[in-house]
Ligand binder design. Structure first.
Ligand SMILES: Nc1ncnc2c1ncn2[C@@H]1O[C@H](COP(=O)(O)OP(=O)(O)OP(=O)(O)O)[C@@H](O)[C@H]1O
Length: 617
């Protein structure tokens, strides 16, 4: 079989996942036959429709392989193989129950997808087509079998589709996974039989458990091959993971006696720092084992990856970001060498916490802003920043939606819960103010964008003159105030996205006693789209000035955070209006959290890397 992986994926409309497949060790069409349904999530195949498509493809690849082996049988039967028809009429998407399903949601698109898939099937030779069973029962049966708890990896080494657990055939053989490097590293044999993943004849169903037989595999565990240093590029060493996906030994003779050309896996290199020129390379290293628990730190930097959006899926974007473990994020950048060979350059960054696409706002809140809220309730000062490219999920994180409330609402909810459960002599009141910094100037979002001025008094305390604050008594009144302010926020056109945040939005929550004395203060800062700082496509002067201003303020912010982190005696907060206003956050007993939001799509790789480099201390 000489189809390329890309061609196969394109045939079923899954080409956007190509980079992910190659980064996970699936480099060749023949590798597909070793995939099982349990591998789909690891390969980024989540929606029911994509799962169905991949399922078909895998079956097709297997059948094509069998074609070599079974051709004699066909001859002996006069070519009258078992009559499986491509049941386009019985094929159905009714089983699509995935709540996160965001592709092909309308009937037209479904129809187009079905006909595309069927067209692909019909383009195969008729003897192959007759072998395929695309009936919905068979698919449902296999997909149901896959709905075992997350935690078990199954390596189906069999080509006999009837040989599945629950049907009496096959034996379970545990395979140990090296969870750190996420490489299938060894096979524990059961019944003295080592599963031979190359064998087409094997009837064994292999069950891999990551922790000595206990199911602990999760979506963060990746089957990516180990990498080699970028400085000394070598072909990626053949690992058990890549072996696993080799359904046929390379160089094996086919039924015509011809030697099948060796499958050339896409080389994977890792960017690493050296003693020389290191511009743009990851700074951070794996956290020390005795590292402080998140939440107890004065400064924490976190990364949140969002899922691919519906539009990105339609445009064929592939997910190039993986988040193995809770502190590492890897960007798999597709590159082309000068000799036009393709390779993948992996950029591995470490942060205090990394949230994958499955993390909810509640989880992000618990592990980022919650400690800050507690600090504020104890009378301290805290600041939480959301940073990232336009569309990377800053607003989703900060504001959220009525169904999935963001950090603002969750923080205020906890504040009210705390205030109502504490019986203080002097009750505390909650006040909010909301303003933006646009081109170095302050505008009150709760007062029709009235111009504001930041002034320093004799004690070097910065005051925002004229800022309106509103007392809130419930989460819903806070959200009302925020939605009023958000409408005022400056938005415009940029080269990257039709709607771009060009200003920094600052929400201040203050606790005051009845004498109006401040008893705790917290800032939530939704920073301007980071791509605006480097976007050079802007045609007009105003946009370029906005970009320059954003650039300056983000650099100043980074300098201040770095100076805090390194406990330097001087914090350069006067370098921009943003840091000047937030001076309070950089002095005294303040706590700071930066959440860098990233987009997973390959179109955004450069901006994603820039965001991670910015957040990388
Ligand atoms: N974690 C997530 N889970 C699901 N959807 C998300 C997530 N993060 C972002 N999105 C979706 O991605 C899209 C863009 O997100 P969002 O508007 O929050 O980006 P942004 O960084 O605030 O952009 P801008 O700078 O233009 O305001 C939205 O449709 C949002 O619902």
């Amino acid at each position: 079989m000489s189809l390329s992986l890309y061609e196969c994926l394109t045939a079923v409309g899954l080409q956007r996942h190509y980079a992910r497949f190659t980064s996970m060790g699936v480099h060749h069409a023949a590798h597909l036959s070793a995939l099982t349904i349990e591998d789909y999530a690891v390969l980024g195949i989540r929606s029911m429709e994509d799962r169905t498509r991949l399922f078909h493809l895998v079956q097709m690849v297997k059948t094509l392989d069998l074609e070599y082996e079974d051709s004699n049988d066909d001859d002996s039967n006069g070519g009258d193989a078992v009559g499986y028809a491509v049941a386009d009429s019985s094929f159905t998407y009714d089983g699509c129950e995935d709540p996160d399903e965001d592709v092909y949601d309308d009937e037209d698109e479904k129809g187009a997808a079905v006909s595309k898939l069927n067209a692909t099937s019909f383009s195969k030779p008729s003897c192959v087509r007759r072998r395929l069973d695309f009936s919905s029962e068979t698919i449902d049966h296999h997909l149901k079998l896959s709905s075992r708890p997350e935690g078990t990896v199954h390596v189906n080494t069999s080509h006999n589709r009837k040989n599945v657990p629950g049907q009496g055939k096959g034996s379970a053989i545990p395979v140990q996974l090296d969870t750190e490097s996420a490489v299938v590293c060894a096979c524990k044999e059961k019944n003295n039989h080592r599963p031979d993943v190359h064998s087409h004849q094997s009837d064994h169903y292999t069950e891999a458990n990551t922790m000595g037989g206990n199911a602990t595999y999760n979506s963060h565990t990746r089957l990516s091959p180990k990498c080699v240093s970028f400085q000394k590029p070598k072909p990626r060493p053949a690992t058990a993971a890549s072996d696993r996906f080799s359904s046929k030994p390379v160089g094996q003779k086919d039924s015509n006696g011809a030697t099948e050309p060796k499958a050339k896996p896409t080389p994977v290199y890792e960017s690493k720092r050296t003693a020389g020129y290191n511009y743009g390379l990851p700074l951070s290293s794996p956290p020390a084992p005795n590292k402080k628990q998140p939440g107890g730190q004065r400064i924490s930097v976190c990364v949140r990856k969002r899922p691919l959006t519906r539009t990105e899926c339609r445009e064929g974007a592939s997910d190039v970001v993986t988040t193995p473990g809770g502190e590492c994020v890897i960007v798999h950048e597709n590159k082309e060498a000068v000799d036009l060979t393709q390779y993948i350059l992996q950029h591995r960054f470490y942060f205090d916490q990394v949230f994958g696409e499955d993390s909810s706002n509640e989880e992000v809140y618990r592990r980022t802003a919650y400690p800050l809220v507690q600090h504020m309730l104890n009378g301290g000062k805290a600041t939480c920043f959301a940073y990232g490219q336009t569309g990377a999920g800053k607003t989703h994180t900060m504001l959220g939606s009525p169904v999935r409330p963001g950090l603002y609402a969750l923080a205020v909810r906890d504040i009210f819960v705390h205030l109502s459960s504490t019986h203080m002599r002097s009750p505390l009141l909650v006040y909010v103010s909301f303003f933006e910094i646009y081109c170095g100037q302050l505008y009150d979002l709760l007062d029709h964008r009235e111009r504001l001025f930041a002034r320093e008094d004799g004690q070097k305390v910065v005051h925002i003159v004229g800022l309106r604050d509103v007392r809130v008594e419930s989460v819903s009144s806070l959200l009302e105030v925020i939605s009023q302010g958000t409408e005022e926020r400056t938005q415009g056109m940029s080269g990257v996205n039709s709607l771009s945040s060009r200003s920094h939005a600052l929400l201040q929550i203050q606790l005051r006693d009845t004498n109006q004395q401040i008893a705790g203060r917290m800032w939530f800062v939704d920073l301007a789209g980071s791509e605006r700082a480097s976007d050079t496509k802007e045609p007009d002067r105003q946009s370029r000035m906005e970009g320059a201003e954003i650039n300056q303020s983000l650099l100043a912010l980074k300098e201040c955070i770095r100076s805090l982190d390194q406990e330097q005696s001087h914090t350069p907060f006067r370098q921009s209006k943003l840091t000047q206003v937030l001076k309070d956050s950089f002095v005294g007993d303040s706590m700071t959290c930066m959440i860098a939001n990233i987009s997973p799509g390959h179109f955004a790789t450069e901006h994603t890397l820039n965001t991670l480099r910015y957040a990388d201390r």
